[in-house]
Ligand binder design. Structure first.
Ligand code: NAD
Length: 513
């Protein structure tokens, strides 16, 4: 486990790893129908980790057919909830037993620190599978308040075949957020991981089958978004789509749905979260720490990252000084070093995009207070240091668009109302935070922030029991919690006419007691 493995141990294990890159369909690994592959390149050092099946419409057809057959014959959905629960709990345990391998795949494919991969990503995915497993035999239907002589029950039924399309920034966790509630409720799933991060998704599915999930219930079709993803989104045999990714792709998926079978599409999109720190902040050191890690964790590649620091002017200089001091102490390191807290960005291309945003901000008048240029850590890798931009105004592009890198834009506000107006002046609405010592201000801000999650005097606190999703351009779906089960099921009303009431109603002489 990570607690005892050294940097050298992880490097050795990485060298010994032989990842499986074929698609996973009907319980077995299979090459893409056309035999084509694409390389999975590690941003740690530019090394090719594996050749991954480049699935096309033919593979998606095969996976959807397998998922459909599994759904129709009821091999999973008709199993009693307690049996489904037992399989999911076993699946969670097997994921924990495989933590090292899963974490290595995750760390190598997307460059995240191995310690985070073990303690956050693998632990979070296993915890999510366990949570939905435990939930599934505790869900009740409803009895409608209808007249005597009838019983109306509302049950929730699985949708059928769910297509899940996920991004690369938290490959295992987000796959688990989609797959676990869908499978717990009896659906079959076809999962399309991001091109940058197919390998842990494939192992996730294999582990499910080893835990007892019947073949065909969970299938994985790696491939390019506009090919495999698009085929899934347009497939008439897919009953619903669950998507996490960029707004652009999300909007496109709605048109794919409209052009095919009008399947419902759950969208979890990007963010530009405001981290508001007011002048009465109760603990500036704690706020500085939260602001820094709120953007630099996972190298800023987090949908809800606090990428805008909105700070009241009287404390701005002091807070920024503390954030910059913390940022300077977060030195990008080899993702395989257990001491590393900031690894690589996902790819060399993404690194160039992030750097482009910083250059653009500078030309718009922002000042680079720290960071601001790529650094070399492991030769061939994609590393960018924590970067703080001061003098940003909320109308500048760097304050409006997702940079998706370790780049903090500092925006000064005149007073709390101005800070709120800046925070809400964004197309996105995923999350936001406010630091204040005043209870009334905290409640007012929490109510008025147009976002799916608000933190008060903290940032990024989370639990699988709580819904996560956005307002506005951040999408409308909700991952995690019991709310996610609603998106995987639909209510069915059954009205049972069971005859005359046993006791005569007043004024109804025709009825026998
Ligand atoms: P992306 O939209 O480029 O890709 C996401 C997925 O969509 C990938 O699997 C990709 O292959 C697929 N895809 C791309 N084009 C497609 C098409 N034409 N048809 C079907 N599928 C297609 O996003 P990304 O760069 O992988 O991920 C980063 C984005 O995800 C950011 O915007 C981030 O904020 C967002 N995100 C949101 C949440 C949330 O919960 N709201 C969580 C994590 C990431």
């Amino acid at each position: 486990m990570a607690a005892v493995a050294t940097h050298a141990d992880w490097v050795r294990r990485a060298g010994e790893l032989v990842p499986e890159g074929r698609a996973f369909v009907d319980g077995a690994f299979v090459a893409a129908a056309g035999g084509a592959t694409f390389p999975s390149v590690s941003p740690r050092d530019g090394r090719v980790l594996a050749e991954v099946a480049a699935c096309t419409a033919a593979d998606v057809d095969r996976a959807v057919a397998a998922a459909r057959a599994a759904f129709e014959d009821g091999r999973w959905r008709r199993r009693p909830p307690a049996e489904r629960k037992a399989v999911m709990l076993r699946w969670a345990e097997l994921l924990r037993a495989r933590a090292d391998e899963l974490a290595l795949l995750e760390s190598l494919e997307v460059g995240k620190p191995i310690t985070d991969a073990v303690t956050v990503d693998v632990a979070g995915a296993a915890g999510c599978v366990q949570w939905y497993g435990e939930a599934i035999d505790k869900l009740y239907g409803e009895v409608g308040p209808v007249r005597e002589g009838a019983l109306a029950v509302v049950t929730r039924e699985p949708l059928g075949v769910v297509g899940a399309i996920v991004p690369w920034n938290y490959p295992l966790i987000i796959a688990a957020w989609k797959v676990a509630p869908a499978i717990a409720t009896g659906n079959s799933v076809v999962l399309k991981p991001a091109e940058q991060s197919s390998l842990s998704a494939l192992l996730l599915a294999r582990t499910a089958v080893e835990a007892g999930l019947p073949p065909g219930v969970l299938n994985v079709v790696p491939g390019l978004g506009p090919v495999a993803g698009e085929a899934l989104a347009r497939h008439p045999g897919v009953d619903a789509l669950a998507f996490t990714g960029s707004g652009e792709t999300g909007a496109h998926l709605l048109s794919c749905s409209a052009a095919s079978n009008a399947k419902p599409v759950e969208l979890e999109l990007g963010g530009k979260s405001a981290h508001v720190v007011l002048a009465d902040c109760p603990d500036l050191d704690a706020a500085a720490e939260a602001v820094a890690w709120g953007i630099f964790y996972n190298a800023g590649q987090t949908c809800n990252a606090g990428s805008r620091l909105v700070v009241e002017r009287p404390i701005a200089a002091e807070l920024v000084e503390r954030v910059v001091a913390i940022a300077r102490g977060i030195v990008p390191g080899d993702p395989l070093d257990p001491a590393t807290r900031l690894g690589a960005l996902v790819s060399a291309e993404h690194l160039a995009t992030v750097d482009g945003w910083v250059r653009r901000a500078e030309s718009d008048g922002a000042v680079v207070a720290c960071g601001g240029a790529p650094v070399e850590v492991v030769p061939g890798g994609a590393y960018y240091p924590p970067t703080v931009l001061t003098g940003v105004t909320n109308d500048q592009p760097v304050a409006r668009h997702e940079v998706f890198g370790p780049v903090l834009a500092v925006i000064e506000a005149d007073d709390p109302a101005h800070a709120l107006a800046i925070a809400n002046d964004s197309p996105y609405g995923l999350a936001g935070a406010v630091w204040t010592a005043d209870l009334a201000t905290a409640h007012w801000m929490a109510r008025e922030l147009r976002v799916g999650t608000v933190w008060v005097n903290t940032f990024d606190a989370t639990d699988v029991s709580l819904p996560f999703g956005g307002f506005g351009a951040s999408g409308h779906g909700r991952d995690k919690s019991l709310h996610a089960l609603h998106a995987c099921t639909r209510p069915k009303t059954t009205w049972i006419e069971h005859g005359r009431p046993a006791v005569a109603a007043a004024g109804d002489p025709g009825r026998t007691p």
